[in-house]
Design a protein around this ligand. Structure first.
Ligand SMILES: Cc1cc2nc3c(=O)[nH]c(=O)nc-3n(C[C@H](O)[C@H](O)[C@H](O)COP(=O)(O)O)c2cc1C
Length: 340
């Protein structure tokens, strides 16, 4: 069975607005969400929202018109609601609340996955946000299956539904399980059986086979892809089963060049190389050539040197395989022609 809805997972430090723009332009994605925006004790200034969520200034959409929700993380119902309201007034298309973050610095202050221990508090947060945010703007939640164990997973899901959330995205693991495979898609299936709001299944989908199995076991055709899509940028398109052949390494090199050029002006030069290396670490899982290329460039510090290396790799690969400049729905013909 094909997925009916595919979302790009929020990934703090990795999927920023440049990545959201690029992946949504490649195609197959129905929605994105920002990295979490941390709310502690005050209503955040607009500039903080605009920094993490630049799309709010262009209709809450990426440049190819894919909807983006804002994600908030915090534990105080009233303050969370005030921030959500502000985001709604600024134009956010939806508000997502993070109850999955395992980071100690976040959990020690009562936010993220620690709230999974307390379904009533979770209820209070969503209920308060729902009451403040205009009804036409969806409020959703992203959870794990529990904190230490999965015994509360159904109580958590029921609390989220009762509080008025429009949907739940479930990462099929507890906080304690971290990112260790497997993801328990069948446990997501128990939540699908229980609630009447849409459930979005998430966790450990790297291939089409994983996606098929997840859909079957989680009993939902709505999925969220994170690391799997970063490693395989056309995974959502492939999952749609449309007329699309998997990207080859030469095309990925062209995409790397596009990413590097897009980062120009969007991010301080000193961070560009780290961001590209970080992406290559994921690409290594899908493309063996990324491993060799990573080793070749890992000591480069200057962004221009890295750009020259990407172009050299692209030219080399083009002699070995055809590099179609259309990467899914993203047309990179001009960039491609300029490197020949
Ligand atoms: C580096 C990193 C950053 C993440 N940041 C967020 C975040 O900001 N908000 C959130 O709800 N989940 C975050 N997550 C969790 C992912 O959204 C997702 O639930 C998890 O990676 C499992 O899905 P996957 O196997 O498809 O990657 C993050 C995960 C990683 C690996």
């Amino acid at each position: 069975m094909k997925p009916s809805f595919i979302m790009l997972a929020p990934m703090e430090g990795i999927i920023d607005h440049t990545m959201r723009d690029m992946f949504s332009a490649i195609g197959g994605l129905d929605r994105c969400v920002t990295e979490f925006i941390r709310v502690t004790s005050q209503c955040l200034p607009e500039r903080v929202f605009k920094r993490g969520f630049p799309e709010i200034q262009s209709g809450s959409k990426t440049s190819n018109n894919t909807v983006v929700y804002a994600q908030l993380l915090g534990d105080k119902p009233e303050i969370m609601a005030q921030n959500a309201y502000k985001l709604a007034r600024m134009g956010a298309a939806g508000i997502d609340i993070n109850f999955g973050c395992p980071a100690k610095c976040v959990n020690n202050h009562g936010g993220g996955s620690i709230l999974l221990k307390d379904p009533e508090q979770l209820f209070r947060i969503i209920h308060s946000v729902r009451q403040y945010v205009p009804i036409h703007i969806p409020v959703s939640a992203k959870i794990r299956l529990g904190f230490e164990d999965k015994s509360l997973s159904l109580d958590i899901a029921a609390a989220i539904e009762a509080a008025g959330a429009s949907e739940i995205a479930v990462h099929g693991r507890t906080k304690k399980e971290g990112y260790k495979p497997p993801a328990y898609w069948d446990k997501i299936g128990e939540i699908s059986d229980l609630v009447n709001i849409p459930v979005i299944a998430n966790g450990e989908m790297w291939t089409l086979t994983d996606i098929q199995r997840c859909i079957k076991e989680s009993k939902t055709t709505r999925i969220m892809l994170g690391r799997g899509l970063v490693a395989c940028p056309d995974l959502a398109l492939l999952a749609r089963g449309d007329d699309h052949s998997a990207l080859n390494w030469a095309q990925i090199c062209l995409l790397l060049l596009h990413y590097r050029r897009t980062l120009n002006g969007r991010c301080p030069e000193k961070y560009i190389n780290s961001l590209i290396k970080q992406w290559l670490v994921y690409l290594r899982q899908q493309y063996p050539q990324a491993h060799l290329f990573f080793n070749a460039i890992k000591r480069l510090r200057c962004a221009d040197d890295l750009e020259k290396s990407i172009i050299a790799e692209l030219r080399l690969q083009q002699q070995r395989q055809e590099c179609l400049p259309t990467i899914g729905n993203l047309d990179l013909s001009e960039l491609h022609a300029s490197t020949l």
